[in-house]
Design a protein around this ligand. Structure first.
Ligand SMILES: [Zn+2]
Length: 295
């Protein structure tokens, strides 16, 4: 892929050769009104808030989709990203950090995101191999432990760390006045979630954070999940019901003394088989629940 780096008014702008751009699936955007957009692309859902104070962005997908996403942000917001929040460290959410930072974005995240991206805490990728250390330009420059509030574009944007769930460094982002919530990967809408036990994630913690969040949203809240279509409180309720049922079914096997192999063979998640997808099969989610609950 041919990338050209230029500098306009001191802001580095990445330009992608049109031929290379054509090879990538075009990102799809959803307009939530009031300058808020969602970009659905190859990885996690990107949130964009555009306004007079600058473009605020949540997550940046993969390195190889970063230039196309920057172009899309420029198209919908009329400017490049100024503030960037990573909901967690995974490569399908923070993989574009180096490209976005080089284009002028200042990166904010929970302190464990920086620790994992910088290698201060060695991490295992979702492929089971040691995760590569990211270049320093990709590391968050501002880290928080509990959260941070932004007061930009005439709104309050509340970034809040949640306890161990998908990983040990998850944050959710509330656009308070428009009542829009980006839940990061603590919500996979309509599909089995990834619960990354190797990054400090927790099965029971994941369910607990989903329930806490459910108690904080209302019927008018529009929820941007980490993966899947923009959702409502009712969609979140369906996901919680699945996870609660699935945990109970696998926990019953553990309490009966079944091994992992016997549990998988018994298909305790059969009632929720429709939640299986290309990345998380019924068997693999059974394995995650078993290993997480057995801890
Ligand atoms: Zn993730």
């Amino acid at each position: 892929m041919k990338l050209l780096l230029s500098s306009i008014s001191g802001i580095a702008v990445l330009l992608l050769a049109p031929a290379a751009l054509a090879q990538l699936p075009a990102p799809k955007t959803v307009d939530l009104g009031g300058g808020l957009h969602v970009i659905h692309g190859q990885g996690g859902n990107i949130g964009v808030s555009a306004g007079p104070d600058g473009v605020f962005v949540i997550d940046d997908q993969y390195p190889n989709s970063a230039a196309a996403n920057l172009a899309k942000i420029q198209e919908i917001a009329g400017a490049g990203p100024r503030y960037l929040v990573n909901t967690h460290w995974h490569g399908d959410h923070a993989g574009g950090n180096a490209t976005f930072a080089s284009a002028g974005a200042m990166i904010f995240a929970h302190e464990n995101v920086r620790k994992r991206l910088s290698g201060e805490v060695p991490s295992i990728g979702l492929d089971g191999k040691p995760a590569a250390i990211s270049p320093e330009v990709a590391w968050p420059v501002l880290t928080f432990t509990q959260g941070v509030d932004f007061h930009v574009n005439d709104e309050t944007i509340r970034v809040k760390h949640v306890s161990a769930s998908h990983t040990d460094g998850d944050a959710m982002v509330w656009f308070v006045e428009p009542n829009v919530l980006h839940m990061g990967d603590v919500f996979f809408n309509g599909i089995f979630p990834v619960i990354d036990l190797g990054s400090g994630g927790s099965v029971r913690g994941y369910l607990a954070v989903m329930k806490e969040t459910y108690a904080q949203v209302n019927d008018a809240t529009r929820i941007i999940p980490g993966h899947g279509e923009v959702a409502t409180k009712a969609d979140l309720a369906r996901q919680i019901a699945m996870l609660e049922g699935a945990i109970a079914a696998v926990d019953a096997r553990i309490k009966a003394g079944d091994t992992l192999e016997k549990t998988i063979a018994a298909r305790p998640l059969k009632p929720w088989s429709a939640f299986a997808w290309s990345f998380i099969s019924e068997d693999s989610f059974t394995r995650t629940l078993y290993n997480g609950l057995k801890k």
